[in-house]
Design a protein around this ligand. Sequence first.
Ligand SMILES: [Zn+2]
Length: 477
Amino acid sequence: MTEPSVRRAQDRAISRFFRLYLQPFHPYTTDLFERARLPANAVSSVEDLAKLPFLSKKDLLASPSAPDRFKKFILTPTPEALRRAWPFWRMIGVLAAKRKFRESFYPMLLTATTGRAAEPVSFIYARRDLDILSDAGRRLLDVFGLKYPDRVLSVFPYAPHLAFWQCCLAGFASDVFMVQSGGGKVMGTEGNLRMLDKLKPTTIVGVPSFVYHLLREALAAKLSLAQVRKVVLGAEKVPPGMKRKMISLLRESGAQDPLIFSTYAFTEAKKAWGECPTADPEVSSGYHLTPDLDLLQIADPVTGKILPPETPGEIVYTPLAGAGTLVYRYRTGDIAEGGITYRPCPHCGRDVPRLMGPISRVSNIKDLKLTKIKGTLVNLNNLAEILDDSEDLEEWQIEIRKKDNDPHEIDEVILYIAVRIGRPENEIAEKINRELRAACEITPNDTRILPLKEMVDRIRVETALKEVRILDLRPKT
Ligand SMILES: [Zn+2]
């Protein structure tokens, strides 16, 4: 796959998808084309997408005047619209397998977004989407190099979320033995440890914070993890320090040369992309994309201009196939610092385009609606990165509140940390404070050192879907 051949194939796919599916059956698109007086074949290449507006999370949120807004984005072919939009010869195929065709659009599954503060948005999957999700999953496991007789323990929380279902269908599609424990909420840490001990998985899959917690508990319980070769992380960003810490924990529990992979996914794409094995755990191969199923573009986050390959910018998503809920020219709010590359992967030789991180989630800041702490504009992503990256810390949490709980008072920032066993606690607290001051111009009012157990409860690693790293107790204005 060279860049020109990918582009040609994507031009054809997008033209077909808009003409045959989106324009006639996707209420948002039908309206949009009507209002803008665009012909049905207005999008006949990737470049033509520029005629259409961007979408973002706010376009999907319910409002008092449009409580069912998400329905406008669900593909709903009706017999009338079908007869109007499709040529007779194409209808012959449909009529021959009428029922199967109709059923391929029925809603079958729902996943929802997990923004930390924003309202969740539902995404519907039809049979066609489950087929795509399975296919994407099969490719994912192929990129990770997982196959029979690998045994996989997935500790993703059992929930209507993409990570769980992507993982589940990937296992089915690849004939890989996979046990879904349901995560900490379903089985508790104890149950997951027992499963780890009994199943002796070659691979562990889950949310970074919970997998890390599990590895740490396994070490404390002196479980042997000698058979674990791979760990796959999803649903959350993986800071580089996390991979290093996990490898060291796995080694201490007897694993040899473990590999840690991260994935990139978002609810709106209805699939995930993964990294392949690299010799150096610090080096990421980038996320191997699925250019026949969707188009990822990189845009200037300010002007929205689509940027050339290998240029950093905001990730913009457009599907090339599927049904159910569909959004295109969708601004993810995520920044890919390495952009998209079309060079063959130097680690595995695959020639699919790759999305190059690190990926910073601008959207988390938007979700939290945080503007100022103590009058200073603080980038919470930077703050989180420094704390995540620290080798001295096991866990951390930032609490932002009003002094004496008085809404008119000034903001206070309390940093809670659990220091790695055997390290000088006070020195580390001072060091972290210095680093935060230098990078974010913020000094916590107080730094509290907690025992690990208490810290785990505070951030709700075991019970929350996403651990609570930043706790904003200030009254909402
Ligand atoms: Zn690769």
